[in-house]
Design a protein. Structure first.
Length: 447
DNA sequence: TCTGGGGTCCTAGGACCC
DNA sequence: TCTGGGGTCCTAGGACCC
């Protein structure tokens, strides 16, 4: 039994984001792998990887898998030899499980820091507002967060603490890079600490510097984070995409420009896109897929109590030419704007399926399709259209019923016929672990 | 043979208006 | 015959993130 230190001193009511105070980023270590291990303790010290949808790529690796030489985001089939050689445990992704554990981690952080001081940044990361403190106090607090989260949820995290989000991410990067030394926690509170840290960090590891900017910077002779920090704002504005670049440089200097976000749960765009399990060339399958994705997107839409005015669909042809870069093949898309915004599934399926006719080409094979909803409006204030009778949300009642049944069954028990019943095109997911925490029949058993 | 999915923000350029 | 300047809105596309 570990004694929990008092939380109160850190539970600050109103930490202003006015450049005062500190920011922590709390990041779960190899999150998906950690989730899988939680229910398979025998894997605790063994290499583990988790695959993306369709069992396509490797998206999470345990430290042991990294050491074995498995690279991030490479196709599964390319890693198969290495996986066999090192006896690596492989899982298909199980988003239901990860979502639930993510929620537990975030709740823990909210309890520690106060709910208004936590910004959930992704499924495995959150920013936390902290008051000003010394280098030493910050480092200690980081260790404290780490200990409590692990104790309460079983998930191990890394923590970076600094005056700005970008510096906090840098601190976190360094914490993860040398776990033995840092115990997964790094604070960069003073300018001196920041100087030492940024000098040791390559420019491509900075948050906000992706492939293309990294190449550009290195070509210009800017290789360390510290060198980038010392460039002028005007220069950054010109070279790194306008205001984004200027902001980046300021953040590296400790001037906070990226504010904490209020919980942004209403999305501006909702997408459902999938690779097919196998290349598909008949229009019927594509229509079924589009109808299915439209239903899923509509469901997400209703969950955030919004309606959509614009619906776009796209299909991606399977490239015959192997020279074409996999990620840069052509995407064929089209869109339509509805007379009024809606969240009723059949009102979205119909136009979506019609759009397929516009872009489908006979005889061609396709590998992926998707539906995107945009022009989202809050259900409370749908903009009317003079020439269309108000739908009075008649469909909405049916939708609520469907959502309720599907939710209580945890799946898509009820669906529209347009989605198809056989679904030959569905993605593969052969190695999924049980949904331990959300399905009674898949619960973890202890004998 | 087999290469994920879902987002955000920003900019440039065109259409249109007065 | 002459053909400005300033603004808004929309869209496409690039860059980034996890």
């Amino acid at each position: 039994m570990v004694f929990l230190p008092a939380i109160a001193p850190y539970c600050v009511e109103n930490v202003t984001a006015m450049g005062t105070g500190l920011k922590a980023i709390v990041d779960c270590n190899s999150f998906y792998c950690s989730c899988e291990r939680l229910f398979k303790p025998e894997l605790k010290t063994k290499p583990v990887v988790v695959l993306s949808n369709n069992d396509g790529c490797i998206v999470s690796r345990s430290d042991e898998a990294k050491q074995a030489g498995v690279e991030m985001a490479i196709p599964y089939f390319q890693a198969k030899d290495l996986i066999a050689k090192h006896d690596i445990a492989v899982f298909s992704s199980n988003y239901t499980l990860y979502g639930d554990l993510s929620w537990r981690v975030m709740e823990t952080l909210r309890m520690l820091a106060g709910k208004d001081n936590v910004e959930v940044y992704s499924v495995d990361e959150a920013f936390v507002n902290l008051p000003d403190m010394t280098q030493e106090a910050a480092a200690n607090y980081g260790l404290y967060i780490r200990e409590i989260v692990e104790q309460w949820t079983g998930i191990s995290v890394s923590v970076g603490i600094a005056p700005t989000k970008t510096l906090a991410k840098a601190a976190n990067y360094l914490a993860k890079k040398n776990k033995q030394l840092t115990r997964c926690v790094t604070a960069m509170v003073t300018p001196e600490e920041q100087r030492i840290a940024l000098r040791s960090m390559r420019v491509n590891n900075i948050w906000g510097v992706g492939r293309s900017y990294a190449d550009k910077l290195i070509n210009m002779g800017i290789t360390s984070a510290w060198e980038l920090r010392n460039m002028s704002e005007q220069w950054a504005n010109k070279q790194l995409g306008g205001v984004v670049g200027a902001r980046l440089v300021k953040e590296l200097r400790g001037e906070s420009c990226i504010d904490m976000q209020e919980q942004l749960d209403t999305k501006k765009m909702i997408a459902t896109t999938r690779m097919f399990g196998f290349p598909v060339n008949d229009i019927l399958s594509i229509k079924e897929a589009i109808a299915t994705y439209a239903s899923l997107a509509a469901q997400k839409l209703r969950r955030q109590r919004c309606s959509a005015r614009t619906i776009s669909i796209f299909i991606v042809p399977k490239e015959e030419d192997r020279a074409v870069d996999f990620h840069h093949g052509p995407i064929i898309s089209t869109r339509t704007t509805l007379p009024t915004a809606t969240s009723v599934t059949n009102e979205l399926i119909k136009p979506a399926v019609q759009l397929v006719e516009k872009i489908y080409e006979e005889g061609r094979f396709y590998k992926k399709a998707g539906v995107m909803l945009s022009g989202l409006e809050d259900d409370k204030c749908i903009q009317g259209n003079l020439f269309v009778p108000e739908s009075k949300n008649k469909g909405r009642f049916l939708m609520d019923m469907m959502d309720n049944i599907n939710f209580s069954m945890r799946g898509d028990i009820l669906k529209f016929a347009a989605s198809g019943t056989k679904r030959d095109w569905k993605m593969r997911q052969e190695l999924r672990s049980p949904r331990f925490t959300t399905r009674w029949e898949e619960m973890f058993e202890v004998r």
